[in-house]
Design a protein around this ligand. Structure first.
Ligand code: G4P
Length: 527
């Protein structure tokens, strides 16, 4: 098979949802269809028990699971599907944002009882920013949930994306009869079952067909006809192009735990979801079909065994063919590296691979050369863009508790930051080190891992800060003037970029007004 055929048959995506909406359950069912697992229950939830945030075994358990399920590859109808896992816990949202830079599309799971929840809103914002095509799966129809029309309105309003139902539920909760698949024009009859792979399917391509009454009952048939008419009146025909531009989300209804509606979602997904897309470097757009291999690191996973300091770097292949044992140029370090132990991820197993194609995710064992955002290429020496760091929400100063272990502390902090666990800001004045995160949990993770993996002890002292703003501007002289005038509040990030540590929102606004030539960004292209 040629490279173009290999590219055309790949679909790389992630599932986004608020915790508990059913992401793990849906993942498991998709893997069942792909034949990647044989029984339900094989996929472990990557959830951290919210009540066990200070239980370090729990954190380690989570790390173990998250490496096993980081990428789940499977084949379905000759399509190679790569499903990238995203952490459910909101404190790891940044990890999820980065994973979304490595996908070509996303599936969003919404709980029909709870509707659109906070975490989904945030993740959808990232998808919108990157114009990632999104399909929606409204889950748990076996429960009494919100009215389907209201759910669609909620998605449109809260998530700022147009919707088009491609299936429609018949009843809900106790009276849930099934769904009508508007995409493939067939009726799926619901039968609660956690073991069956699919419900009964009746081919009814015309809703006036009298068999409809027989299958779902007279009043249900009438309601379905009315509602489908309404849908066809209100929503324009589904347009794949609009979906591919990220402007329109097709919506499916089902029940993941009962394996209901999942196959229809998957069948439609492999038909319409995009194959690997071009990606931008600092210079230009790189097409997947270009002959030279290139790819970028979007995730680093440290070894669970502290005695072995190697890590796995997850690389998204963007163009060409990755070949094991070849030399590739590491753009940031400007040197050639050879990777002889590239790993591919198939559902829950890892295997050494000889080659990989655009859209594939490979794991590279690394001893400290790679960090998030790095580009490895055979082509021109230019970095892939679009792997931003976001301003953290919580800031704490690192206080070293063992002066004899300063080196270990610094090394540990540096490596954990390379992994993307948190962000480190070092003040220009006095070299104070401040760690910024999106959640409290990371501080516990850092403290624990510094102690166990690097033998360093520290504590964290809260710092009252509003945001970290990356500074830029066309006039370098003006930027330097600003830095000098606010020297006490200027820090450098891990890449040596200047950051203004704003204490309050009002103060940031004032500074923005007083220094109109300086740009303050809440995100940075991390590299
Ligand atoms: P997450 O990864 O998005 O956090 O969610 P997960 O799949 O773990 O699902 C959260 C809970 O919702 C689970 O119940 C799961 O069984 C349930 N669930 C998933 N899909 C459906 C569905 O279609 N209908 C109903 N009624 N429930 C569903 P749990 O009690 O937390 O765990 P478990 O003991 O059932 O595994």
């Amino acid at each position: 098979m040629g490279i173009n055929d290999e590219i055309a048959r790949r679909r790389t995506f992630g599932i986004i949802s608020h915790p508990d909406a059913g992401k793990t359950t849906l993942t498991e069912k998709l893997l069942l269809f792909g034949g990647a697992i044989q029984q339900a229950g094989a996929v472990k939830s990557n959830k951290i028990d919210r009540h066990a945030t200070s239980d370090f075994m729990e954190i380690e358990r989570q790390r173990g699971i998250s490496v096993a399920t980081s990428v789940m590859g499977f084949e379905y109808r000759d399509i190679k599907v790569n499903l990238l896992d995203t952490p459910g816990h909101q404190d790891f949202a940044e990890d999820t944002y980065r994973t979304l830079t490595a996908v070509d599309s996303a599936v969003m799971v919404v709980d029909c009882v709870k509707g659109v929840e906070a975490q989904t809103e945030k993740l959808m914002e990232v998808c919108r920013m990157r114009q990632t095509p999104v399909m929606a799966f409204i889950n748990k129809l076996d429960r009494e949930g919100k009215d389907p029309f209201d759910l669609l309105d909620e998605i449109e309003q809260k998530l700022g994306i147009a919707v088009r139902p491609l299936s429609w539920p018949i009843g809900m909760g106790k009276s849930f009869k099934g769904v009508y698949d508007l995409f493939q024009k067939k009726l799926l009859l619901f039968e609660p079952s956690k073991v069956k792979l699919s419900g009964e399917v009746v081919e009814i391509d015309d809703l006036q067909d009298e068999r409809l009454e027989k299958e779902i009952g007279v009043s249900e048939a009438e309601t379905l006809r009315e509602e489908v008419e309404l849908i066809n009146g209100v929503y324009p025909e589904f347009d794949t192009e609009e979906y591919l531009r990220g402007d329109l989300a097709p919506v499916f209804f089902g029940s993941a735990v009962n394996n209901f509606g999942v196959r229809e979602l998957l069948d439609c997904f492999i038909q319409i979801a995009p194959a690997p897309q071009p990606r931008r470097t600092g210079q230009r757009q790189v097409l997947p079909s270009e002959p030279e291999y290139s790819g970028f690191v979007f995730k680093i996973h440290a070894n669970m065994d502290p005695k072995h300091r190697n890590r796995i770097a997850f690389v998204r292949v963007c163009s060409g063919r990755f070949k094991r044992g070849s030399n590739y140029h590491h753009v940031r370090l400007d040197k050639k590296l050879r990777f002889s132990n590239a790993t591919a991820f198939m559902a829950q197993s890892k295997e050494i691979i000889d080659e990989a194609y655009p859209g594939d995710i490979i794991g590279l064992y690394d001893t400290g050369n790679l960090k998030i955002g790095d580009t490895l290429t055979e082509g021109e020496h230019s970095l892939y863009q679009g792997i931003p760091s976001f301003s953290p929400e919580i800031f704490k100063e690192v206080i070293n508790l063992d002066a004899m272990k300063t080196k270990q502390l610094e090394k540990g902090l540096r490596q954990l930051m390379d992994e993307g666990v948190a962000q480190l800001f070092t003040y220009e004045m006095g070299s104070r080190k401040v760690v910024g995160t999106v959640g409290q949990l990371q501080f516990e993770v850092i403290q624990h891992r510094l102690k166990h993996e690097y033998g360093a002890s520290c504590r964290f002292s809260p710092v009252s800060l509003y945001k970290a703003c990356w500074i830029g501007g066309d006039d370098q002289k003006k930027v330097r003037e600003f830095v000098e005038s606010k020297y006490r509040h200027i820090a450098k990030d891990k890449d040596g970029k200047w950051v203004f540590m704003a204490e309050t929102r009002a103060w940031l606004q004032m500074v923005e007004e007083n220094f109109p030539d300086v740009k303050f960004h809440l995100t940075s292209e991390g590299r």
